[in-house]
Design a protein around this ligand. Structure first.
Ligand SMILES: C[S@@+](CC[C@H](N)C(=O)[O-])C[C@H]1O[C@@H](n2cnc3c(N)ncnc32)[C@H](O)[C@@H]1O
Length: 300
């Protein structure tokens, strides 16, 4: 049944569709790109129009819409806010795997955790996986902590956030089908995972309880208080424009403890404007310098 007043019934199965689904006009592409930028900071070039069309064609089918203009009007309207979230989910890439960009986990094991274990006081170690996708990144961090077996990491907490509620729920459940388990050694599989009746293999409660999964749009205010020792924000900002990235570097600096670490994806680099807050320590690994990042009344 049609739920949208301006929805048209297709005259024939092919009347409003190209060979592979509805046609995306330049105007509709621009409306979608503007919404993706406003809502999630995603910067989508016109060269990606075909990717947008393919990914959203499924959403049009689910809503029984035949035309992208009607879809745009819906997601721009007050009633279309749930669909807007689904549109952002469809446009973002959730690809990840365990121990992706392994050198960061080596650094965590050999330098960062031993250093944190030596610091005075009883503050628990806090790590944030920002843009955690299906959870492989925070579970890789949790396994590294468990393997380090340092007294100081016992009370460690990992916050795992993503804009996409579906992946956050998936990560929280902690169960992975066989094809998603690449990157784990036999030893890790037998130590941390157990076979489920359904849904493949699941992480045990020890590891799951180290991680809090939450939905969070990085562009919105951050509700967390206190400071983090390490932030993993890898393969996320690559979709953001320079201005959004620059704001994010300053915000990350404001929530990192002095000397805290920021890990980025292999093709991401901090902006020169943020070099006053960060020093480069390793490839795509930065440390917060002593200078505090002014927030100028903006959101954290
Ligand atoms: C390619 S995955 C990266 C996963 C993991 N960090 C890694 O490197 O394997 C990018 C993730 O960023 C999330 N994302 C995109 N825009 C976001 C935003 N504005 N706020 C929070 N998460 C966002 C996507 O939903 C997606 O799960």
């Amino acid at each position: 049944m049609n739920t949208f007043p301006n929805m048209k019934a297709p005259k024939s199965p092919r009347a409003d569709k190209g060979l592979h689904g509805p046609r995306l006009s330049k105007a509709a592409f621009r409306r979608i790109a503007a919404l993706a930028m406003r809502e999630a900071g995603l910067s989508i070039a016109e060269s990606k129009a075909d990717m947008v069309r393919t990914r959203l064609a499924r959403r049009l089918r689910a809503l029984q819409l035949v035309d992208f203009d009607d879809y745009c009007s819906h997601v721009e309207s007050a009633e279309g806010q749930i669909e807007l979230g689904l549109m952002i989910s469809a446009l973002t890439t959730n690809v990840s795997h365990f121990f992706r960009e392994k050198h960061h986990f080596e650094l965590l094991k050999t330098q960062i955790l031993p250093e944190l274990a030596r610091r005075p006081g009883a503050e628990p170690i806090r790590i944030w996986s920002a843009g955690c996708a299906n959870g492989q990144e925070p579970y890789s961090i949790a396994m590294t902590l468990a393997e380090a077996d340092l007294h100081a990491v016992r009370g460690a907490r990992i916050l795992a956030t993503d804009i996409d509620p579906t992946v956050v729920e998936f990560g929280k459940a902690g169960a992975y089908p066989e094809h998603m388990l690449g990157g784990l050694s036999e030893q890790q599989r037998s130590r941390f995972l157990h076979q489920q009746e359904k849904n493949g293999q699941a992480f045990g409660v020890d590891l799951r309880s180290m991680i809090s999964f939450r939905v969070l749009n990085l562009l919105n205010p951050w509700p967390m208080t206190g400071q983090f020792d390490v932030i993993f924000c890898r393969n996320v900002v690559i979709y953001f424009d320079m201005e959004t990235q620059a704001t994010l570097w300053r915000r990350f600096a404001s929530i990192l403890a002095p000397g805290g670490w920021l890990m980025l994806g292999h093709s991401e680099r901090i902006h020169t404007s943020a070099e006053k807050y960060f020093g480069k320590a390793h490839v795509t690994a930065y440390r917060r310098t002593g200078e505090l990042a002014p927030l100028n009344g903006k959101v954290r």
